[in-house]
Design a protein around this ligand. Structure first.
Ligand code: TMP
Length: 217
């Protein structure tokens, strides 16, 4: 939450969103590398997690420990993790002029928990956790739920699927639609890209979008 001790945000904040197996993590790292090569100081991070306390909450949620408490409780836990992550890592980096590239952020709560929790609760949690630390660019990597889940299963090589991965493909497809709708409602912030393209082609499209959004030469 904004308070008088907070300094000015001078860096740039970029987030990646998308369904399971959309290739976000790979592209987050590639964009971070490109920005570093261009001479910027970059912090690469992820949600849920990104700070020690938030990583502990991540483990708890993804193990399904909060599932029985319902989606409101899960939404509050994601918000608590986010608040710590913003306070300890994202805001300090932005205040010192660094670029922050984050794998998932507030839009994931709006889509995953927002399907079951009313919008005013999501708005309030977002305001409390995020304050004015809002991304200027959000890359949505779009892929069909089936293809994304197949990729995620291959990638995990038989490891147990987490709390969300094990849900039905129809639930994942509804999330895909919700992400697309959200992106459509905020075209100034979102760039939607086809995540089925080869990683290298996608990387170039993301770099292009980033250069345009921030007027990089
Ligand atoms: P990951 O697989 O991208 O690391 O994300 C972990 C899972 O947590 C993923 O299934 C999406 C879910 N999630 C939410 O439900 N709400 C949130 O706010 C965030 C950040 C992630």
């Amino acid at each position: 939450m904004t308070d008088s001790s907070e300094g000015q945000i001078r860096g740039k904040f970029i987030t990646f969103e998308g369904g399971e197996g959309s290739g976000k993590s790979t592209q987050v790292s590639r964009l971070a590398e490109r920005l570093k090569d261009a001479g910027y100081a970059v912090v690469e991070t992820r949600e849920p997690g990104g700070s020690p306390k938030a990583e502990a909450i991540r483990k708890f949620i993804l193990a399904g420990e909060a599932e029985g408490k319902g989606p409101r409780a899960e939404a509050m836990l994601f918000a608590a993790a986010r608040m710590d992550h913003v306070d300890r890592k994202i805001r300090p980096a932005l205040e010192t002029g660094k670029w922050v590239v984050c794998d998932r952020f507030m839009d994931s709560t709006r889509v995953y928990q927002g399907m079951h929790v009313d919008g005013s609760t999501i708005d309030l949690l977002e305001k409390m956790a995020v304050g004015d630390c809002r991304p200027e660019l959000t890359v949505l990597l779009d892929i069909s739920a089936k293809e994304g889940l197949d990729r995620a299963i291959k990638r995990s090589r038989g490891a147990r699927r987490d709390r969300f991965e094990k849900e039905d493909v129809s639930v994942h497809e509804a999330r895909r639609e919700a992400f697309l709708k959200l992106a459509e409602s905020q075209p100034e912030r979102f760039v939607v890209l086809d995540a089925t393209k080869f990683p290298r082609a996608l990387e170039l499209e993301i770099w292009d979008a980033c250069q345009k959004r921030f007027n990089l030469s």
